[in-house]
Write a protein that binds this ligand. Structure first.
Ligand code: NAP
Ligand code: NAG
Ligand code: NAG
Length: 254
């Protein structure tokens, strides 16, 4: 009977997270708040219409604190005296730089959406999360944000993205340390390279496969093993694959 809020729910991984969460039994998932900055996309609208009230759209501009506070008040009104159980920070951007790091001119944008807006989202929903039973916050991160694995991804022309996700990982740890004593489980998950607008059709995994692997981790996560960690998804057949990407369900080195 848990409540979820997903940012960037109009397409890609966010949309598929909403799709799979609403397929879970009502005893496991009571309501899914699907947040996006625009009107619901047509697939999200279809999900809402067929969900008998279990999927609720929340208009939310994550880069504007006033919009986040308004969204939190709306969610609070819908939840009544209950709190929010799980927040999934999924919205993100991956601006490219093709001419080498010195030509990077989109770092501020990447930091604003991937780091600052995630921090503001958590801050705005923290009072509701404190009232929740599960107290889980999950940031969708990426192995491209691993400093240890950076040499392996030198071919991927997204320095601002890599830097912003490494910063997001540190923020995850800061929140995890500070809120552990209140029973929170705060951690990052790398969903794998997925066939979305961001991932392109060259990606390794279908969106539904990566999404299921993400939810497998979220459902089983607990404070003792997961708080403050950086988790990789587990996808059968991909544990020891050749090439840069393995999906072995292990903790990713920072
Ligand atoms: N795809 C992959 O291979 C992959 C791999 C590792 C990690 N990830 C992570 O997974 C998450 C989702 O990625 P995806 O593949 O689903 O990407 P996507 O298809 O490009 O979707 C991006 C989502 O983020 C939202 N968004 C972007 N900028 C925003 C802003 N300024 N304000 C509010 N929402 C914003 C978009 O909303 P609009 O529709 O309103 O634009 C959209 O819902 C990201 O955090 C990404 O870093 C993806
Ligand atoms: C997510 O990252 C933000 C910063 O980008 C940080 O404030 C927050 O603590 C992190 N939480 C989780 C669960 O990763
Ligand atoms: C929460 O995360 C921090 C940082 O990784 C860790 O030190 C702490 O032990 C975790 N809390 C619990 C209850 O495990």
């Amino acid at each position: 009977m848990s409540s979820y809020l997903i940012t960037g729910a109009g397409r890609g991984l966010g949309l598929e997270l909403v799709t799979q969460l609403v397929q879970a039994p009502a005893s496991q998932v009571s309501v899914v708040f699907a947040a996006s900055r625009r009107e619901p996309s047509s697939p999200l609208q279809k999900l809402i219409d067929s969900s008998s009230g279990r999927v609720v759209h929340v208009p939310m501009v994550i880069t504007e604190r006033a919009s986040l506070d308004k969204a939190a008040a709306e969610v609070e009104a819908k939840l009544g005296d209950k709190g929010l159980d799980v927040l999934i920070n999924n919205a993100g951007v991956m601006p490219p730089t093709f001419e080498g790091i010195a030509k990077m001119d989109n770092l501020r944008y990447a930091l604003e959406v991937n780091v600052e807006a995630v921090h503001e989202t958590i801050a705005a929903f923290l009072p509701l999360l404190k009232k929740g039973t599960l107290k889980k916050v999950v940031n969708i991160t990426t192995t491209l944000g691993s400093i240890t694995q950076a040499p392996k991804y030198i071919w991927a022309p997204f320095p601002a993205y890599k830097i912003s996700k490494a910063a997001m990982n540190m923020l995850t740890v800061q929140y995890a340390l500070e809120y552990a004593k209140e029973g929170f489980t705060i951690f990052g998950i790398s969903p794998g390279w997925l066939k979305t607008d961001m991932g392109s059709q060259q990606a390794d995994l279908e969106v539904d496969v990566g999404t299921k692997a993400v939810l497998d981790i979220i459902f089983q996560s607990n404070p003792e093993k997961y708080n403050g960690t950086f988790q990789n998804v587990l996808v059968p057949g991909w544990e020891n694959k050749e090439g840069p990407n393995q999906y072995d369900g292990k903790v990713v080195p920072w």
